[in-house]
Design a protein around this ligand. Structure first.
Ligand code: ARG
Length: 400
């Protein structure tokens, strides 16, 4: 009798490796392990072999870097999406894409279920479960790491007893997730919010105090809301993100240390390294400020925040998120131009901006010669603008 197939979102780490025998033994399924590469993945072939050694009937690597950038990162950039005004949604953006790849594979292989290794305490379980259900409600979602209640040493014993070897080279005390858009670091000593993060937590950014004294300028070019060039050199978005990420990191920019409100009600201490994401959002906003109307900018800010919350909360595939993404996409038609950024010892500041669609009119803004602004109109405008407030102020309460 053939057993049902389960597609496992495999990361190559201890937990998802332990899930392979666990699913076989406790859910009676054969496991197809699938590792989705959304950037920064290393030694993929080795990880594939590890899944097979752990008992998977098949193990596949899915290169989704380009799709991740095109379909998830760029729309998030167009929305300047930051959760709680700081976190550029690194993991939150990758989960819907990984879910999509799992669903496609499950459908192709005729698998009845999809499993992930998320714990009960995080946001990622929400994002996987909800995304998979949105994409194919007939597939069961299994999250055994929510209920197996094993500590890390117990998991190590468990895999060892099944003859599986996971070489834990350097005992990494942190929980890491990374992709094209950045790197997230949790757990270990970081769980005390008063303790400063240790140097070993960081791999992308240098300590800002040790960054080069000179700093570095870079000009970021955008076409219709998409970053297309650095210092005038055209690049594919994926290369561009990697390049600016590396540059910002070298100057100690892009570290975030925050107390974050998880959807499941927990406050957690989060460390992120996201130089590229933060620099690009800064540059992108700067061009928007130059080319969009005040009304549109202000309204868009509300949409951005709502969309960021929805991405964080696992609602990427919802009808409301689709509608908000469509709104944002429409606003990008004129977002073409360049912003000049300076990286300097942990900071990134804007030093200039320009656009062929600029609404900045020097004859209107100037306090010098060549002024074309109508000063007489200003007087009449202000009179009427303040009129109702003046009437209010003159009327004492209880006047008849
Ligand atoms: N707190 C962040 C979020 O919810 C990061 C999550 C990182 N995930 C992980 N499995 N290490 O998006």
């Amino acid at each position: 009798m053939t057993r049902d197939l389960c597609v496992l979102a495999y990361s190559g780490g201890l937990d998802t490796s332990a899930l392979i025998p666990y699913l076989m033994e406790n859910h009676g399924v054969d496991v197809v392990a699938a590792l989705v590469d959304v950037g920064r993945a290393k030694d993929l072939e080795m990880l594939r072999e590890r899944a097979l050694a752990a008992g998977a009937v098949d193990a596949v690597i899915i290169d989704a870097k380009e799709e991740f950038v095109r379909e998830f990162v760029l729309p998030a950039l167009a929305a300047n999406a930051l959760y709680e005004e700081r976190y550029p949604l690194v993991s939150a953006l990758s989960r819907p894409l990984i879910s999509k790849k799992m669903v496609e594979l499950a459908q192709e292989k005729g698998a009845r279920s999809i499993a992930h290794g998320c714990t009960a305490k995080g946001n990622d379980q929400v994002r996987f479960d909800v995304s998979i259900r949105c994409l194919d409600p007939t597939i069961d979602v299994l999250g055994p790491a929510r209920e197996w209640n094993m500590t890390r040493p117990e998991i190590l014993d468990y895999v060892a007893s099944r003859g599986i070897e996971i070489p834990l080279t350097k005992k990494n005390p942190f929980s890491i997730d990374e992709n094209v858009w950045g790197r997230t670091i949790e757990c270990g000593e970081l769980e005390d919010p008063w303790e400063s993060p240790p140097d070993e937590a960081f791999t992308v950014t240098v300590d800002p105090r040790l960054a080069p004294d000179d700093g570095a300028e870079v000009v970021v070019g955008f076409e219709r809301g998409i970053p297309v060039s650095l210092d005038g050199v055209w690049m594919e978005p994926l290369t561009l993100i990697d390049t600016i990420d590396e540059l910002g990191g070298r100057h100690g920019f892009g570290r975030i240390d925050m107390i974050e409100n998880r959807l499941v009600g927990i406050k957690s201490r989060e460390i992120y390294e996201t130089p590229g994401a933060l620099a690009l959002i800064l540059a992108h906003k700067e061009i928007e400020d130059l080319v969009l109307t005040r009304d549109l900018l202000h309204f868009k800010r509300g949409v951005e925040q709502r969309l960021a919350d929805m991405i964080y909360d696992g609602q990427w595939f919802s009808p409301l998120a689709d509608a908000l993404k469509a709104f944002v996409a429409h606003t990008q038609i004129r977002v073409t131009g360049e912003a000049r950024l300076l990286f300097y010892k942990g900071s990134c500041t804007v030093r200039g901006r320009r656009s062929p669609n600029s609404m900045y009119v020097e004859e209107l803004a100037t306090y010098g010669a060549g002024d074309r602004f109508s000063h007489e109109s200003a007087k009449g405008f202000v009179d009427l603008w303040g009129l109702p407030l003046e009437v209010w102020a003159r009327r004492a309460p209880g006047d008849s």
